[in-house]
Design a protein around this ligand. Structure first.
Ligand SMILES: Nc1nc2c(ncn2[C@@H]2O[C@H](COP(=O)(O)OP(=O)(O)OP(=O)(O)O)[C@@H](O)[C@H]2O)c(=O)[nH]1
Ligand SMILES: [K+]
Ligand SMILES: [Mg+2]
Length: 346
């Protein structure tokens, strides 16, 4: 890219131009591919692009100055037969959520991911983590949280019916009534199933169309430049990994943790009388059933399904004969038996 164009793009990242703010929150135009998407989110120059270049074949520009990366750069991380799309994103700055720079666009791209890798600079002050979290929170991203266990159904008439399945610790009927009125909801049914539910969680339920619950792994990079004591403290924070891209330390561990958090499973399919093909795995989400496995092989496979044979952690015998509702485990070998004799997967 020419120098002037680069300078202009860099300026746009910092300053809201026309169309910034609400309208600019649409994210970058990178189509999803592979079995899952991980977004690299962080302040400028923490090492996001260095990491992408380490774990994928994609080379994203690396430099010591801020805003080296100007758009979303996708790479593919191969892991045990799965292909995970890793999105390198421009650095975000404080105030990004309010539309400062193109930060909102960056955060919107993160919102489309299955997992956020929050890259932090181990040499920088501790507040960076909370500051970044607050930016993501502000656009409705909830990190490492489950959706609140509160049922809300809007009605056309009949007023408000609010019930608690057990006495709540920090909510009461009056509070919920007032919040609902603030959001102009006058007819509805509410059932609070979690005694620890908070006001913020209740608002998240009202706003659920604008909330996204995403897993996050916090990764401190540049541990080559900090003391061992500091390293020890960082490494003990929850949902955290530490690494040095420069010294090639801890990167494998970060990738392994991503795999665990994404909760994907590899299923190997086997035809009758033939050894399973371990070179090609079918990737499914955790808690998937034989039915999900069938669906990911072919849309209509279920129609001719008779039973499946399963070898692996989920089977009681080797093999175990199971039906569509059987829940599979990572690295199970599955053979689908259909009504047309000898029909096997793939
Ligand atoms: N000491 C040290 N420096 C690193 C490490 N990883 C990356 N760097 C340096 O940090 C600087 C920024 O790296 P980038 O990968 O460009 O950072 P980025 O987060 O992509 O930056 P932006 O795209 O500008 O937001 C470069 O000078 C890298 O060489 C590390 O593990 N240790
Ligand atoms: K940089
Ligand atoms: Mg970069």
């Amino acid at each position: 890219m020419r120098c002037r164009k680069l300078a202009r793009l860099r300026a746009q990242l910092l300053e809201p131009g026309p169309g910034a703010g609400a309208a600019a929150g649409t994210g970058f135009d990178v189509s999803k591919s592979g079995d899952a998407r991980i977004a690299l989110v962080g302040f400028p120059s923490v090492g996001k692009s260095t990491f992408l270049s380490k774990v994928t074949k994609t080379k994203s520009e690396v430099a010591a100055y801020s805003f080296t990366t100007l758009t979303a750069i996708p790479g593919v991380l191969e892991y045990g037969g799965a292909e995970i799309q890793v999105l390198d994103l421009p650095g975000i700055i404080e105030g990004a959520a309010e539309g400062k720079g193109r930060g909102r666009q960056v955060i919107s791209a993160a919102k489309t991911s299955d997992m956020v890798l929050m890259i932090l600079d181990a040499t920088k002050r501790a507040e960076q983590r909370a500051l970044l979290e607050a930016e993501l929170e502000a656009v409705g991203i909830r990190l490492n949280q489950d959706p609140p266990n509160i049922y809300l159904k809007l009605k056309k008439a009949g007023g408000m019916k609010i019930t608690f399945s057990s006495p709540p610790k920090s909510l009461d009927e009056k509070m919920l009534y007032n919040i609902l009125r603030d959001y102009r909801i006058l007819n509805c049914e509410v059932l609070v199933r979690d005694e620890h539910a908070t006001v913020d969680q209740f608002i998240d339920v009202i706003m659920k169309e604008h909330r996204t619950y995403i897993k996050c792994l916090y990764v401190y990079n540049k541990i080559d430049s900090i003391s061992l004591e500091h390293l020890d403290t960082l490494a003990h924070e929850p949902n955290t990994a530490v690494m040095s891209c420069e010294l090639d330390l801890g990167i494998r561990d970060v990738v392994d943790k991503c795999w665990e958090e994404l909760r994907l499973m590899r299923i190997y399919t086997k035809r009758k009388g033939i050894e399973p093909d371990f070179s090609e795995a079918l990737i499914v989400r955790q808690n998937s059933t034989i039915e999900d496995v069938c669906d990911s092989i072919h849309r209509t496979l279920k129609e001719s399904f008779k039973y499946a044979l399963v070898w692996g952690a989920s089977s009681r015998h080797m093999p175990q004969r199971v039906g569509l509702s059987h829940v599979v485990a990572d690295e199970d070998v599955v053979s689908i038996v259909g009504t047309k004799s000898g029909l096997a997967s793939k």
